[in-house]
Unconditional design. Structure first.
Length: 84
């Protein structure tokens, strides 16, 4: 089944927008992590169980938002492949 186009918006446009959201949220998560424990890296926060400071409700919420955005990005990419 062919998906209708969204006006002049393409799946590539949607993917680019969600990727921008991902980058912004990833920065937000890392900035918050560094407020809780200075010096943390992106690789460090991929393993939050190693850092007791990250048992923080605000950080966990923002990290959850990032995971949601990543799920949306994966879905958009899959839908774009289907419509090629």
């Amino acid at each position: 089944m062919q998906q209708p186009r969204m006006g002049s918006t393409t799946w590539h446009d949607v993917e680019r927008l969600v990727a921008e959201l991902e980058a912004a949220q990833r920065r937000k998560v890392l900035d918050l992590a560094r407020r809780l424990r200075p010096g943390l890296t992106g690789e460090d926060i991929a393993n939050p169980q190693d850092f007791p400071e990250l048992v923080d409700a605000d950080w966990q919420y923002e990290d959850g938002v990032l995971e949601g955005i990543l799920s949306v990005l994966a879905s958009v990419r899959a839908r774009a492949r289907e419509s090629e």
